[in-house]
Design a protein around this ligand. Structure first.
Ligand code: ADP
Length: 203
């Protein structure tokens, strides 16, 4: 946007050169910026700034959604559970990620579908192996605070290439610092917001 504003009209190839990427990487950006009317493209001339400034309004609108309003219930498994019990739990609750907790709700780990597939393929005895061997553990878990904005959660999902984030409330539990798991934000929650935003009946 800034490059087009300052150097436009400018062709996509040159914008890609300035940013040090190949042109095809920018296709979604060009699509968003032209479809939303912020920039326009003219054949053999390039992209130029339209002078409209609605971008901040769109950003402000998107930034209004709160994690607390869109979170789903978390599906948690005790850290003493076996891999077998975790797999059954995942099917029963129809989720793609489970959060492993201690003391009834303090975040210790995350397991995804592929973590479980991997251990099953290894032909280990899943009735004996504890889930905490398989999980991604604290402090390597990407979380989102309950009073944070949904856009930040969406950005974390994209940046870390993961499917879900535990929604947490930091505090002291049984005398030690920890994160209580009170929800989850998945790509499905983010998709729901996108659908809501396009629903003219409610706007
Ligand atoms: P899948 O592995 O089924 O594609 P993900 O992309 O969510 O699902 O998970 C990829 C890897 O990242 C897995 O090893 C998983 O344990 C880990 N992971 C999943 N969610 C998180 C998270 N919120 N924080 C840190 N690691 C995570």
């Amino acid at each position: 946007m800034k490059i087009v504003q300052e150097k436009g009209p400018i062709i996509g190839e040159n914008i890609a050169d300035i940013l040090g990427v190949v042109r095809s990487t920018l296709r979604p950006d060009f699509a968003f910026l032209t479809q939303s009317g912020f920039i326009e493209a003219r054949p053999r001339v390039g992209y130029y700034y339209t002078g409209k400034k609605p971008i901040s309004q769109v950003a402000e609108f998107v930034q209004r959604f709160k994690v607390d309003d869109w979170k789903s219930a978390p599906v948690v498994v005790d850290e003493d559970a076996t891999v077998y019990e975790a797999i059954v739990n995942m099917f029963q609750n129809d989720v793609g990620s489970l959060y492993i907790v201690s003391d009834g709700g303090i975040l210790e780990g995350v397991v995804s579908r592929k973590d479980l597939l991997k251990i099953v393929l290894g032909q280990a005895d899943i009735h004996k192996i504890p889930i905490n061997i398989v999980m991604t553990r604290m402090p390597n878990i990407v979380t989102i605070n309950v009073d944070d904005f949904l856009w930040n959660a969406a950005k974390k999902l994209v940046d870390h290439e993961i499917d879900s984030l535990p929604v947490v409330k930091p505090g002291f539990y049984n005398g030690r610092e920890g994160l209580e798991v009170i929800g989850r934000i998945t790509k499905t929650n983010i998709t729901s917001v996108f659908v809501q935003m396009g629903n003219v009946d409610v706007l």
